[in-house]
Design a protein around this ligand. Structure first.
Ligand code: ZN
Length: 340
């Protein structure tokens, strides 16, 4: 009961990349960089295990950014001529690559790090991929002329990689869809359809992570415009409850999401965000156990997974390590409170 897991990303060590940045520059190149990425992955596997986390991730140490890591293996994308684009409904500007031709995978994307992760922990492992709608919102389209059509094209590629990750021994494949909290009507219709296409044929656990983004200033400013109650999840949760996705991740601690929205996820495992990523203050085990207690009003105990609100990538390494320990200790305390 109350498995613990991280949403996905963890900070990169200072010898691997720039620290506390969302798009950090690597500190090495070629074979040296490839080795450094795996060394950092190993470090975080050990840190998650030592903290007592149950489902282990690679901390996304091998990718510069959670979306563009996947795109680097896709043909039909022009990375040489990036253009500025407003993303997440113009919340912030980013330099993004352009889709200029039909999309095709060049080959495996994450085989190296997934197999490495599998080889170095006996615990269950989770691997994250960007969701189709979020990818569509993070590239400039010069070819498809239709967001849904392009999302389905990306979904096919994601599905090929996801099936291969399953064969590598991955236990949970998670698609990250922060865009679901921005394009509410589209998310509930073609967003979920594209997600199901990406997960087609998978027999391992499938998950979707939906959040209010990393703890960066543009996101904090945006959240301040959302009012007293954040009801963005309300539209997409019923569509996800009717889908074949097994697990849904949501923000909980320090967010203004009404807890009762979790009741819309009947029949799903719910990854409850009990660790804030927009605040350097480390939660106490009591804070974590209290948040789990609130969620238990709406989520059956056997379906609750304690998780972080989002990725920890832009935080300091020391804070992230302390937050991992708080996550596991808080879940243990929650079990103790229930007497199980
Ligand atoms: Zn997130």
């Amino acid at each position: 009961m109350f498995d613990t897991a991280i949403a996905g990303s963890l900070p990169k060590p200072a010898w691997l990349a720039e620290t506390e940045k969302l798009w950090p520059q690597w500190k090495a190149s070629g074979a040296e960089l490839a080795q450094a990425k795996l060394d950092a992955t190993l470090l975080w596997i050990k840190a998650q295990e030592d903290a007592g986390v149950d489902v282990i991730g690679d901390g996304e140490q091998s990718r510069q950014h959670f979306v563009h890591g996947f795109l680097e293996q896709v043909e039909g994308i022009d990375f040489a001529h990036k253009v500025e684009m407003g993303i997440r409904n113009d919340r912030y500007k980013a330099m993004v690559p352009q889709v200029v031709a039909p999309l095709r995978l060049r080959g495996r994307v994450h085989a190296t790090e997934a197999r490495f992760l599998r080889a170095h922990t006996k615990r269950r492992i989770k691997f994250t991929l960007p969701g189709p709608m979020t990818i569509v919102d993070t590239v400039a389209d010069r070819h498809y002329g239709d967001r849904m059509k392009m999302a389905m094209a990306f979904a096919e590629l994601l599905n090929a990689e996801a099936l291969a990750l399953q064969a590598d021994g991955v236990d949970v494949i998670q698609f990250d869809e922060p865009a679901f909290n921005v394009y509410l009507d589209e998310a509930a219709t073609w967003g979920v359809q594209a997600l199901e296409r990406a997960a087609q044929g998978l027999t391992c656990k499938t998950a979707v992570h939906i959040c209010y983004g990393y703890g960066i200033q543009a996101n904090i400013d945006w959240k301040n415009t959302l009012g007293q109650e954040w009801r963005q999840y309300e539209k997409v949760f019923p569509a996800l409850a009717a889908s074949r996705i097994d697990q849904v991740s949501l923000e909980c601690i320090h967010s203004r999401v009404p807890a009762e929205l979790m009741a819309l996820l009947k029949g799903k495992d719910v990854m409850v965000g009990v660790i804030d990523v927009a605040n350097e203050a480390v939660e106490t085990p009591e804070d974590v156990a209290d948040t789990i207690g609130r969620a238990l009003q709406y989520v059956p105990r056997e379906r609750l997974i304690a998780c972080t609100n989002c990725g920890l990538a832009p935080m300091s390494r020391a804070v992230a390590e302390a937050k991992l320990r708080a996550l596991a200790a808080g879940a243990a305390l929650a079990r103790q409170r229930l007497g199980v």
